[in-house]
Design a binder for this molecule. Structure first.
Ligand code: DGL
Length: 270
């Protein structure tokens, strides 16, 4: 069991923000990643569709005999919150670890949440934060243009399009009592530098991909499920549309050559 892979899925590139940290903190683990690039974005879709997609993604990963599944997707974690209960392996979404980190980070008790429309409409982060500390004030903002920006390769903090889209959604949180902002969609850390530049240095950004990777390490440790492999783990990447764009952006983000590293699969079969 220990040496089986960790399965990670997202609607596209976003889950790589968790994979990047998993590679750093669990270098001996095998990872199987699925990015549903043919059906991205999830965050503008109905609950029924998001649940159907998430189930298919999980079934694909189970076929790879994984020991754990991570829904590295704020939208799935918010809308398909009972997914883990139907799976025969350990499971983590991004909500709990991210909300916990934000609740610990805030000094002023005012936290903003950025997420997809589905995530924000579900108020999932708000509910989690309030269950940790009922005194926390939560401000929510959906940012539907962030995912298409990231999936199209726009990340540069000096790019005029990137700057103006970010300004449009987050400028309301500048110079307020809010000291902590949750990047509640795993795509958003790919825009972290640009978001930080807009908000200014005094605001702490909480990266849902990063926090989920740290949580995964603890969970595997606690269940004696860490691999005892000595060599570096194997990483496999699957997508549901042409791999080219995914490989280019993933390569830049992960800092490794991803050319011909992603395989296209038909997710509708699962
Ligand atoms: N990266 C995902 C999330 O964390 C999904 C974004 C989308 O497909 O809309 O919400």
């Amino acid at each position: 069991m220990k040496n089986k892979a960790i399965g990670v899925f997202d609607s596209g590139l976003g889950g790589l923000t968790a994979v990047k940290e998993l590679i750093k903190c669990l270098p001996h683990e095998n990872i199987v990643y699925f990015g549903d690039t043919g059906r991205v974005p999830y965050g503008t879709r109905s609950k029924e569709t998001i649940i159907k997609y998430a189930m298919q993604d999980a079934r694909f990963l189970l076929e790879h005999n994984v020991k754990m599944i991570i829904a590295a997707c704020g939208t799935v974690s918010s809308v398909a919150s009972s997914l883990g209960e139907s799976l025969p392996v350990k499971f983590s979404g991004v909500l709990e670890p991210t909300a916990k980190a934000a609740a610990c980070a805030t000094k002023t008790g005012s936290v903003a949440v950025l997420g997809t429309s589905a995530t924000i409409n579900s108020h999932s982060y708000k509910k989690h934060l309030e269950s940790i500390n009922p005194d926390i004030k939560v401000f929510e903002q959906d940012c539907p243009l962030f995912v298409p920006l990231v999936e199209s390769g726009f990340r540069d903090k000096e790019d005029i399009i990137v700057k103006s889209v970010i300004e449009r959604y987050v400028s309301q949180f500048k110079n307020t009592e809010i000291d902590t902002v949750i990047l509640g969609c795993t795509h958003y850390p790919l825009l972290k530098e640009a978001i930080a530049q807009t908000l200014g240095g005094n605001v702490k950004l909480i990266d849902s991909g990063y926090e989920t990777a740290l949580y995964t390490k603890k969970l595997l440790e606690n269940h004696n499920l860490l691999s005892d492999r000595k060599e570096e783990g194997k990483r496999e990447f699957f997508v549901s549309d042409t791999p080219h764009n995914f490989e280019n952006i993933a390569g830049l983000f992960l800092g490794r050559d991803m050319k011909s590293k992603a395989t296209r699969i038909d997710i509708e079969k699962y």
